[in-house]
Design a protein around this ligand. Structure first.
Ligand code: HEM
Length: 219
């Protein structure tokens, strides 16, 4: 094993700030939606708007960072080992078989992570930002006294924004579980706090064995 610097300072700052903002946007958003009661509706709207603007600022910096460092390449989805990785999470992990893919500082995401994170970056987050901004700047008829304007137009925006919120909430729950499935229960978490992680040393093999064909070590 070798200690490697996997997550740089900005990346860790971005990860934790994004996590905090998404949790906060989720709590205030679901209060606006009427699912929970915490701050009160008016405060929830005010907090949600403020957190949304902060999230937009963070996104601008994160896009800049991803392109200037070339780290965006880590997220390009691949078919290679995608099936093996999915089979690992469904079967292999419960039989103690080794991870089908190896983490290195140059390839820190497994094929399933690449696919899911790319989906979040190019689909779910943009949907939340666009629908959120449309929601924010929607010309409410009452506000501008354009009473003939059809308020029904807001419905599709609200539905899209709410579907995105449910997707993010589901991702969050799955993410919490998957964080514990690294080399040890806390190794992934520690890496995102300190930047360093103990990784297997030596050259990376090109192709992993399909998980279901690996020997069962624990039996
Ligand atoms: C830049 C990103 C975002 C913007 C600009 C934004 C903006 C807004 C706005 C303006 C509203 C309506 C508030 C009102 O009724 O006056 C809203 C509602 C809501 N937001 Fe966001 N939001 C963003 C991100 C998020 C995220 C990340 C989540 C969830 C994790 C979320 C969850 C919700 C929910 C559940 C509602 C209630 C939807 C409804 O019942 O119609 N939002 N958002």
């Amino acid at each position: 094993m070798k200690k490697e610097y996997v997550y740089r300072a900005f990346e860790r700052f971005w990860h934790w700030t994004q996590a905090a903002l998404i949790i906060f946007l989720g709590v205030t958003g679901f209060e606006i939606h009427g699912s929970i009661r915490f701050f009160g509706f008016d405060q929830a709207v005010r907090y949600h708007n403020f957190a949304a603007i902060s999230f937009l600022v963070l996104i601008v910096f994160a896009i800049f960072w991803h392109f200037t460092t070339g780290e965006w390449r880590q997220y390009v989805p691949t078919w290679e080992n995608l099936r093996a990785q999915a089979e690992y999470y469904v079967f292999g992990i419960f039989r103690n078989v080794p991870h089908p893919t190896r983490k290195t500082s140059l390839s820190k995401l497994n094929p399933l992570q690449k696919l899911v994170y790319a989906g979040l970056k190019v689909l779910v987050i943009p949907i939340m930002v666009v629908s959120g901004l449309l929601y924010m700047f929607y010309r409410y008829p009452q506000r501008y006294e354009v009473l003939s304007l059809n308020v029904g137009g807001l419905e599709i925006i609200a539905v899209l924004h709410t579907i995105g919120a449910f997707l993010l909430a589901s991702f969050f729950i799955a993410h919490l579980y998957l964080v514990t499935t690294g080399r040890t229960v806390t190794s992934n978490l520690k890496a995102m706090v300190t930047g360093y992680e103990e990784l297997e040393a030596g050259p990376v093999e090109k192709k992993a064995q399909p998980v279901l064909h690996e020997p069962v070590l624990s039996e």
